[in-house]
Design a protein around this ligand. Structure first.
Ligand code: CTP
Length: 480
């Protein structure tokens, strides 16, 4: 349909249209076009894709369509080289039926144009706090309100500082200050900036304020010869975090206490040396984050790791297997225990107080003794055993066979078995392929990000406890 002529409009309506058009700084024809688009989109999700014959320019200048039932994300793009990944993020979110409205900071526009973000989101992109077209009805408040979740990706050091400090001098920070909705940050910056005292302070403040985080990951930086923690999480990881926050708000684990162990343990040999392993803590921490966002009261007992503390969990940081066991015992009772830590199996029988010196007469002899098996101890508890005890099996061969043996030996309800051979890239990597082994069989999950594995596990736990509830609550046969 190339054009449309509407005759016999009454004078009152014409007058209202003229006033409305003037307020928006548009021609009457443009105003009518916008009203029709909004009306058409209201039957749809907001941010319905641009019509096939609509130019990206039209899409970028289109008025936001009214609220509808779709899940809605307001994506704030900050000014960093990782901004290029945000375009893919928009696409991935929309593929999952999540409507995306975009705000770009001034700095972000040095890396991307509003036109490209608008073409992908199918909506006008917002850039100015004092935009006459949107501020006539206090647009920054509306943007903050008309979203289920606000995602900041990339969240630069500057943006994090502004949010932590409550600034409101530009559209992005004003929206973030004006919102009561959950905020998810995907930080991206140089490792030096990430570990700076100022960013640590801002991060602590943001976590205390209930802001959720995804990443940053370790890896190569855009700057030559720079590597470390500071890479923005990959779009699919951000999507998993978004899905988690959007779907779990119903509180699938609300009212439940969950204990999770994560990371490696360090077993000292002397004051400078220790026995350790390659566990990064990513999987255990992702499970803790997913459980917390599903409404559980989570205690995360973690060995030494370099990943950020998840939001909304009680952290207990430990070093050795024996410290970890003591912390678990202290955190009991709980409804669910998830033992994702790669606990060192052995420690030395003697922890030298002084640094062991080379004597020139041979190598020192280290005698190893076995550490307590935390999972097995908890699974065999008589009174304080959690209703659901879940272990992991880190295997490099005969994965299912070993996992089945571990399930029986350790007395837990489920084992999540994973291949941790060097070729799998699981240890320290971002993806995982797990097999859920239980008395009722083996279920192999596809390869997923660790966040996705965490989300899936939380769903399974919620379903299992729901299924068991009638049996657990029914009076015992012998009871009076
Ligand atoms: N685990 C534990 N305490 C230990 C050792 C393991 O709680 N001292 C838990 C882990 O957190 C995991 C499960 O037991 O949930 C299996 O850990 P894994 O390292 O795969 O097995 P191990 O028992 O150490 O056996 P092996 O090293 O022989 O494979």
């Amino acid at each position: 349909m190339a054009s449309l002529t509407v005759r016999q409009l009454d004078e009152a309506l014409k007058k209202r249209l003229r006033l409305r058009a003037a307020k928006h700084g548009r021609s009457v024809e443009d105003e009518v076009r916008n009203i029709l688009r909004s009306a058409a989109a209201s039957a749809d999700e907001f941010g319905a894709p641009a019509a096939p014959n609509e130019t990206t320019r039209d899409a970028a200048t289109r008025e936001p369509a009214p609220r509808a039932a779709a899940r809605r994300v307001l994506l704030i793009i900050g000014g960093g080289i990782a901004a290029y990944k945000s375009l893919d993020l928009i696409r991935r979110l929309r593929e999952r039926g999540i409507a995306v409205r975009v705000v770009m900071t001034q700095a972000a526009q040095q890396f991307l144009t509003p036109l490209s973000a608008g073409a992908l989101s199918g909506e006008r992109v917002f850039t100015d706090l004092f935009d006459p077209a949107s501020e006539f009805d206090v647009g920054h408040i509306r943007l903050a309100r008309e979203a289920d979740l606000i995602v900041v990706a990339p969240a630069t050091a500057n943006l994090m500082a502004k949010i932590a400090g409550g600034h409101a001098g530009d559209l992005a920070s004003a929206v973030l200050l004006a919102t009561g909705k959950k905020i998810l940050l995907a930080p991206a910056m140089n490792p030096q900036m990430w570990s700076s005292k100022a960013t640590r302070r801002n991060l602590a403040q943001l976590i205390a304020d209930g802001v959720a985080l995804v990443g940053p990951n370790a890896g190569e930086m855009a700057e030559r010869n720079e590597a470390g923690i500071g890479r923005m999480a990959e779009p699919l990881e951000i999507v998993a975090a978004v899905e988690g926050l959007l779907t779990n708000t119903g509180g699938a684990l609300a009212g439940l206490r969950v204990i999770i162990t994560s990371g490696p343990t360090h077993e000292p040999i002397d004051p400078v040396r220790y026995i350790a392993n390659r566990s990064s803590g990513k999987q255990g921490h992702a499970i803790a984050a997913a459980a917390a966002s599903a409404g559980a009261e989570v205690t995360l007992i973690a060995g030494p790791v370099n990943v950020p503390d998840p939001v909304g969990v009680k952290m207990v940081k430990v070093e050795t297997a024996r410290d970890m066991l003591a912390a678990v015992e202290q955190a009991l009772p709980a409804d669910v225990g998830i033992f994702a830590a790669a606990v060192a199996d052995w420690r030395t029988d003697h922890n030298s107080k002084e640094k062991i010196k080379k004597t020139g007469t041979g190598t020192p002899e280290l005698t190893l003794v076995e550490n307590p098996d935390i999972l097995s101890i908890v699974a065999h508890l008589k009174t304080k055993r959690p209703r659901l005890v879940i272990g992991f099996a880190a295997e490099t061969e005969k994965i299912i066979e070993h996992a089945k043996a571990k399930l029986a030996r350790k007395g837990c309800d489920w084992i999540l078995a994973n291949d941790v051979s060097a070729e799998s890239g699981v240890m320290g990597g971002d993806r995982n392929t797990v097999h859920l082994v239980s008395a009722s069989g083996i279920e192999s999950w596809p390869q997923q990000t660790k966040d996705e594995v965490a989300g899936e596990l939380i769903k399974r736990i919620a379903a299992e406890l729901k299924e068991r509830a009638p049996k657990e609550n029914s009076p015992k046969e012998n009871s009076p």
